[in-house]
Design a protein around this ligand. Structure first.
Ligand code: SME
Length: 157
């Protein structure tokens, strides 16, 4: 696996295109889920410098905080609660341009302004989510959805 990440400047698209093969390299040959989630969170945080990047994993019918990069965060989220719990319930990616306008948004930090949550699926069942928070409004769009879903699909299960 690569030891250093090469950080790219340029459009969002270019940044994802440079990052994807590097993440592929990081995950290659490693089957430990926590190790892989930890490296994906670190690589995304390093490239994009988002406010918070991390995973929640389904445990006993709740989402429990997993590997992440950023400030300390809420540890448990119920199904259907907040953006993460809604993405889990609906089994689909949610893009929230302004978290204050999302009913039931869970504010782990008042600095978080927009958010994207991607469900992690195995055999059509959600077993966790990737949550990315930005301190800027309207920071996520379909480009992020497309590439983040691709990155998630690389994780060895
Ligand atoms: N805002 C999320 C909670 C997780 S933190 O942002 C890290 C939500 O509404 O589900």
């Amino acid at each position: 696996m690569a030891e250093d990440l090469s950080i790219t400047l340029g459009s969002k698209q270019e940044q994802y295109e440079s990052l994807l093969p590097q993440i592929q390299g990081l995950l290659e040959g490693e089957t430990d889920l926590i190790a892989n989630l930890a490296n994906v969170a670190a690589a995304l945080k390093e490239q994009f410098a988002w406010f918070w990047v991390g995973f929640y994993l389904v445990k006993n019918d709740e989402l429990v905080l997993g590997p992440f990069q950023g400030p300390v965060a809420c540890t448990r989220i119920k199904k259907g609660r907040g953006v993460c719990g809604s993405s889990w319930q609906e089994a689909k990616t949610l893009i929230v341009p302004d978290v204050e306008k999302f009913p039931g948004h869970i504010a782990c930090s008042s600095l978080s302004k927009s958010e994207i949550v991607i469900p992690l699926l195995k055999n059509n069942t959600v077993f966790g989510v990737l949550d990315v928070d930005s301190d800027m409004l309207n920071d996520f769009d379909e480009t992020d959805q497309f590439h983040l879903e691709k990155i998630i699909a690389l994780i060895n299960l």
